[in-house]
Design a protein around this ligand. Structure first.
Ligand code: NAP
Length: 337
């Protein structure tokens, strides 16, 4: 299978590392020999129809930060690479934009238009234009997979749609953002206030320099929309979610909750058709009470009752567990060969 890789930051480089790490295992286990034939970032594109040397590319980009510095790279734009470099599948891992969905939305539509399967971790296009993307994939007869976009390494969409396919999923709730969970956990354990704890999280590299997307609840809301659409078969968008973040949570509120045996967690929830993100009281001994940067999601189902899964919601290699699983699912279905 030939792959166009679009985006070569944390996740794109993690994808290259994962393929290097798993090359022999993938061949022995599945007879799967993926070949990355183009890599694009904002500066340009590297192309090799026989398969790019991923180790050499990582070495250059780790040093300079730019694909254009790799020997043979050109200023070819990502859209031209998607349309013009022959491949069966595109991995789209550019930055998320929940206002426009770009550049990911155009990348995904262009890839589908030329008959390529799409695997992505990019939430923005999914939270804004799921219906359009789904319809385009169906019209063009290609597969569209995005397990890594909500819950990172946690296999939520596959768990619900494949493993629990005989169950009706009645509601979904969980902690879908590691940064906010880290901040709330630290505030709970150390009694610190929000601003101080956020600063510490930034110093540790857990919170971004601009943390607004996480702490406002927007990131959780995007992931909730993705899970709602993919698992409950809805056509929700970001504007359907009532969103409240964690900026107003005080050490006093946390202490009060603690006295009553509760912790405060930022919970994304879809129940009875309505989608919400808000800080909620969670009993201390409840499965949703996970610490640090961990994520967790719980499905309430008609047959199995509650099913809860805990895992890493982010990380260069962890997220690529889900990306690789989507690619293998396409390969094993017989498509993209
Ligand atoms: N990091 C995680 O743990 C994680 C987990 C789950 C999902 N995600 C999602 O995965 C996606 C990638 O995340 P990341 O952490 O890898 O982001 P990142 O480190 O910012 O990397 C983004 C990459 O996309 C490139 N890019 C930007 N605009 C582009 C364009 N128009 N055409 C081609 N390439 C372009 C960037 O190039 P330049 O560097 O040259 O600008 C960079 O190589 C995001 O949508 C994110 O929300 C991330």
């Amino acid at each position: 299978m030939r792959i166009n890789l679009v985006g070569f930051g944390v996740i794109g480089k993690g994808f290259a590392k994962t393929l290097i790490m798993k090359r022999d295992w993938l061949k022995a286990r599945y007879g799967f020999e993926p070949s990355v034939v183009s890599i694009s970032d904002i500066t340009g594109t590297l192309v090799n129809p026989d398969g790019i040397d991923l180790s050499a590319t990582l070495e250059t980009v780790n040093r300079t930060g730019r694909i254009i510095d790799c020997p043979g790279a050109t200023v070819m734009q990502s859209l031209d690479a998607i349309r013009g470099v022959d491949a069966e599948l595109m991995v789209e891992v550019t930055p998320t934009n929940v206002k426009t969905g770009e550049p990911g939305l155009s990348h995904m539509l262009a890839a589908m238009d030329v008959g390529k399967h799409v695997v992505t971790s990019n939430k923005g296009p999914l939270a804004l234009a799921y219906k359009k993307l789904r319809a385009t994939a169906e019209k063009k007869g290609v597969q569209f997979k995005f397990e890594s976009s909500a819950g990172g390494a946690m296999p939520l969409i596959n768990l619900a749609n494949e493993v629990l396919s005989g169950d009706e999923i009645i509601s979904i709730k969980g902690i879908l953002n590691g940064t906010t969970n880290f901040i709330l956990t630290k505030m709970t354990k150390e009694g610190t206030d929000f601003e101080t704890t956020l600063k510490e999280a930034q110093e540790l590299g857990i919170a971004e320099t601009d943390p607004s997307y996480d702490i406002s609840g927007s990131d959780t809301a995007s992931k909730l929309v993705i899970l709602t659409n993919a698992i409950l078969g809805r056509e929700a968008t970001y504007s359907d979610v009532s969103v409240q973040g964690i900026t107003k949570i005080t050490p006093e509120a946390i202490a009060l909750a603690k006295e009553e045996g509760f912790v405060i967690k930022l919970i994304g929830e879809v129940e009875d058709g309505s989608l919400s993100v808000a800080p909620k009281l969670v009993p201390e001994n409840h499965p949703l009470n996970v610490d640090g940067t961990l994520n967790v999601a719980s499905f309430t189902t008609d047959l199995a009752g509650d099913v809860t899964i805990v895992g890493r919601g982010a990380g260069a290699i962890e997220t690529n567990s889900a990306i690789l699983s989507d690619i293998l699912s396409i390969y094993r279905s017989g498509a993209g060969r």
